[in-house]
Design a protein around this ligand. Sequence first.
Ligand SMILES: *Cc1c(COP(=O)(O)O)cnc(C)c1O
Length: 385
Amino acid sequence: MPGFERFGNDERKEVNDVLKTGVLMRYGFEGMREGHFKAKELEELIQSIFKVKHAHVLSSGTAAVTTALAVAGVGHGDEVIMPSFTFVATFEAIISVGAIPIVVDIDDTLTLDPKAVEAAITDKTKAIMPVHMCGSMAQLDKLASLCLKHNLVLIEDACQAIGGTYQGKALGTIGDLGCFSFDYVKTVTCGEGGAVITDNDKFAKLANQFTDHGHDHKGQDRGAEKHPHLGFNFRLSELNAAVGVAQFKKLSEFLDVQKTNYQIIKESLQSIPQLEFRRVPEGGVENYGFLNFFLPNYKTAAKVAAHFKECGIDGCFHYYDNNWHYVRKWRHLKSAKSLFPLNPQTVESLEKLGNKSFKQSDHYIGRNISCLIKLGWSKKEVKNR
Ligand SMILES: *Cc1c(COP(=O)(O)O)cnc(C)c1O
């Protein structure tokens, strides 16, 4: 998955364009920037690669999820349905807008189980947020029809699945809004960064304003611009954007290498009868950033993970015992340990979460091993794995 493995002259050239002018800010300074608008260029690149009407780049994937929720009008007291297996950022973003995370089970796709989602819908539900963990997706057609039926927003956290597709469409472009991360370990990196993508003109305009203190971006003079609503500073700097431009130009090459390496390893594991691969929903194509498989039980999975470690095989995760990605270990979140007081409904729901059991998720995550696919492996290294 990591684009940082392919950092080189392309990235340096783009960054040098910015360093030569010294304009590090994406807005303004027209006279000094010698025509370089790296953030804008990155947005146009993303729009053309993913065939989406709008892309707005910002400072992180966490900022992308927060912005997606904000522009969809999700806030105080609203419930957002999210999976038990994700990165904690999803959870943090929901809390940060004052909404209530409703955590539900995953299935053998390692993402939201549509049945669990349907059972969790209440009159307070405002959004469903599938997280395309480890490069693959949930049954998005089922989630989309639930959204249609109950008038909910579908927000895809596609931070780990850049380049995957579902029914011929890029992941992130199926819901009302999609979120990408370009942090240090993602498929495409720019150090820290992310994007919100959407075909919805209103959401795009609001994302553009929200991420820059609510500036309407209508004038030449920043000081004279209007601020129609509250916002934050989630801007991406030109330096980071420049790295992103170089990386996105190589995305299809990254994806090809991942696919090749993934297939070699998958083939070699195919003959092990006790091993089952993760289910990819019909019509879905992974981005091949991870190879995921299930072992017969928790004990075997833990043993295999420990054995991999002993042999020096890095990048293989047994997420069941992991603090960041699986609900079982989110003690600080379940006990509502916040630096500032949270709204009482959120606190109540977090306390409930502490008592909730996730038997179905345990059944899958307990047996799952998730192996990162690297770009920099030589042919020999792939074969030896
Ligand atoms: C990385 C990640 C994020 C957050 O992205 P950052 O850029 O690190 O803030 C959100 N969701 C998922 C699933 C991620 O993997």
